[in-house]
Design a binder for this molecule. Structure first.
Ligand SMILES: [Zn+2]
Length: 237
């Protein structure tokens, strides 16, 4: 009997912590109209979509809308300890990354940061720490999607942030801004922006330049906003 009660408790806990956080729950987004999340099969005219949408159409005027469903209500981001750093540097690197992630809070999703030691697997995006990537990139966000009826389901494998070796010894304000800027850039990819901006003022310019500031431009914000105004899965032509 106790065992059964235990199982029931576990099932309830999974429900409570895992699923009871969709749209319409406390602190989450309001539930979107169904047609906004059932865009497979819908075709939109690029001449209407592209103007005033930041660099949304920089990838060409022919693309599919791939983004998180607004009915998720919020996004959970797992920020695990940096395994190859200790003490002060570890805390500072993690703090810079958390700031970069939080820059996207409520744009559009409320973001819940999960940085505890023990966690259930209910995150949407997981930070992966690395000291270098094969392609010399500064970070990488891997996005997958699958189609389920009229719905587009987006997932991420992980969001890699490269931590330069210097972070262990000489952590300073410049390092903080740099790591934060890389994180903000990768978070935008993780939100569904799979291309780059041609303006050095935007965080989605493909490089971090010496004068890159860790801040989102109006255009960065407008581009993500425009993506989330389109029916998920729709084709833009
Ligand atoms: Zn990029």
């Amino acid at each position: 009997m106790f065992r059964l009660a235990c199982y029931a408790g576990i099932v309830f806990a999974i429900y409570w912590f895992g699923f009871r956080d969709g749209c319409g729950t406390k602190g989450a987004l309001a539930c979107p109209p169904p047609e906004l999340e059932e865009g497979i099969g819908v075709t939109l005219d690029a001449r209407e979509v592209c103007p005033g949408s930041g660099y949304l159409c920089a990838q060409g005027r022919n693309f599919q809308v791939v983004r998180w469903g607004l009915d998720k209500g919020r996004l959970r981001v797992r920020v695990p300890p940096v395994e190859f750093l200790q003490g002060e540097s570890e805390r500072k690197v993690r703090a810079a990354v958390v700031e970069g992630i939080k820059a996207w809070d409520r744009k559009p999703f409320p973001i819940v940061i999960d940085d505890g030691n023990y966690t259930l697997r209910f995150w949407d995006i997981r930070v992966v720490w690395t000291q270098g990537l094969n392609n010399h990139a500064l970070g990488q966000a891997r996005v997958n999607w699958k189609i389920d009826g009229k719905r587009m389901k987006m997932e991420t494998d992980g969001m890699a942030v490269v931590i330069p070796p210097a972070a262990a010894s000489g952590f300073n304000e410049g390092m903080h801004e740099y790591i934060k800027a890389v994180t903000m850039h990768e978070m935008s990819h993780a939100l569904g922006i799979m291309w780059h901006s041609d303006s050095t003022r935007d965080i989605m310019y493909p490089q971090i330049l010496p004068n890159t500031m860790a801040q989102l431009s109006e255009r960065d914000l407008r581009t993500v906003e425009a993506l989330y105004e389109l029916p998920n899965g729709a084709m833009v032509q």
